[in-house]
Design a protein around this ligand. Structure first.
Ligand code: NZQ
Ligand code: ZN
Length: 387
């Protein structure tokens, strides 16, 4: 096991009806002059929260706690920089000192980027070009989809809609101060989003599970527990979208999968995410669906070079024997939950592959990943096999 630091101070309010605590939690974790979110920005997505009635309940809770707010909706899946600029301007104009994100990874990531940009003199995009985030407005979250894990993570992922680059940034200050997780809120998800969310959760674990660091048994076993849970619960949630227990287990697994509990003490890989981002950036692929295509293609390539972890994956996660059998079981599962298996489903053609590789930023000498280090030719081979 390698040395590590781990600090995950997000306060979680989990369970039925917990969105009614929004006002009280903003008061508790806000930093306004009164010691309580003097004015907050309510940030959300494309309208699902209005349709479900969640928006009205959140507004009622804020009003009940006497919290002043301004609002900005419209964070789209694969959130874009232009809305972040708009949010930053609004926060400055209105003296906002706390941001409440209501929605999925997209609304939360957009909120985090606004939070960092609002207190920074330069262009917020600097943070997505390698500058660490040292300061940000505090962010609180009401989660409506189990997927990205942004409710407990230090990351934000934004697409620059001028250059079409999809990039991430990170900083401990971006970890939400609180997150309300009510599994009931996820019962209105379309099946495709439920499945894409579960796939994202699974791949967040796999990016950490496929590591060359030996004997990190506690982390391995935790990873396997998260994988087995999501594999068991996703078909149950698809079969009966109102299955509260299935939704609850998936929702908590989504947080545990990505606040780095499943990654500490070892090297991590992150090739599948790196290779998926251009699919979202150029083809607006749903992130989890893109991973469903890329991750198995990556597995087939790297397992030939480094089979080390794949036997264990097959046996402990899928209860089968053999490297190829484990990967086949994973593919079968993805198909059963309705995920795509080819990049063609997003409109990618062979001639697009060079621009995908350019977006990944890999070269013949410049490799990425750690389970197996990959160069541009390897990346091209994986993309071709995913067509
Ligand atoms: O925008 P609305 O109308 O809310 O609709 C959303 C959106 O269309 C809908 N939805 C969400 N909750 C719903 C619902 N529809 C009905 N009922 C509900 N309860 O679902 C669609 C997808 O929402 P989105 O927020 O985009 O989903 P997700 O949580 O998968 O977020 C994806 C984004 O997160 C990034 C991805 O790259 C992508 O941009 N990621 C962020 C990470 C992080 N910050 O740590 C890590 C991840 O690896 C990921 O990269
Ligand atoms: Zn992801």
């Amino acid at each position: 096991m390698l040395n590590f630091s781990f600090c995950s101070p997000t306060y979680f309010e989990f369970g039925k009806g917990t969105e009614k605590e929004a006002g009280a939690l903003v008061k508790r974790f806000g930093t306004g002059a009164s010691g309580a979110g003097a004015k907050i920005l309510l940030h959300y997505g494309g309208g699902s929260i209005k349709k479900s009635g969640l928006y009205d309940r959140v507004i009622a809770s804020l009003k009940e706690s006497g919290i002043a707010f301004v609002e900005l909706g419209g964070a789209q899946p694969n959130p874009v920089s232009s809305l972040v600029y708009e949010g930053i301007e609004l926060c400055r104009k209105e003296n906002v000192d706390f941001i409440l994100a209501v929605g999925g990874g997209s609304a939360i990531d957009s909120a985090k980027a606004i939070a960092a940009g609002a207190v920074y003199d330069g262009d917020f995009w600097d943070f997505f070009c390698g500058k660490g985030v040292e300061e940000a407005l505090p962010v609180g979250v009401i989660l409506t989809i189990a997927a990205a894990g942004s409710e407990g993570s230090v990351n934000s992922v934004i697409t620059n809609d001028k250059t079409q680059e999809k990039r991430g940034c990170g900083g401990e200050v971006l970890r939400p101060t609180f997150a309300i997780l009510n599994p009931e809120l996820t019962q209105t998800l379309p099946p495709y989003q439920t499945s894409a969310g579960s796939t994202d959760i699974i791949v967040h674990v796999l990016e950490r599970y496929f590591s060359n660091t030996k004997e990190v048994e506690v982390t391995d076993r935790l990873c396997e527990a998260m994988l087995k849970t999501v594999i068991y619960e996703t078909p149950r949630a698809l079969e009966n979208p109102d299955n509260y227990e299935a939704r609850a287990n998936i929702m908590w697994a989504g947080m545990v999968a990505h606040n780095n509990l499943c990654g500490v003490g070892r090297e991590q890989d992150w090739v599948s995410h790196g290779m998926e981002h251009p699919l979202s950036a150029f083809f607006n692929a749903t992130h989890g669906a893109g991973l469903a295509v890329i991750c198995p293609a990556w597995m087939k390539f790297v397992s030939k070079i480094n089979p080390f972890k794949f036997e264990q994956f097959a046996e402990r996660v899928w209860d089968v024997k053999g490297v190829d059998e484990g990967i086949a079981a994973f593919e079968k599962f993805l198909k059963a939950i309705g995920m795509p298996s080819s990049m063609k489903e997003f409109g990618v053609r062979e001639e697009d592959i060079p621009k995908l590789i350019e977006h990944v930023g890999v070269g013949e000498e410049k490799t990425f990943g750690s389970y197996v280090k990959l160069n541009a030719s390897d990346t091209e081979e994986i993309y071709k096999s995913a067509l």
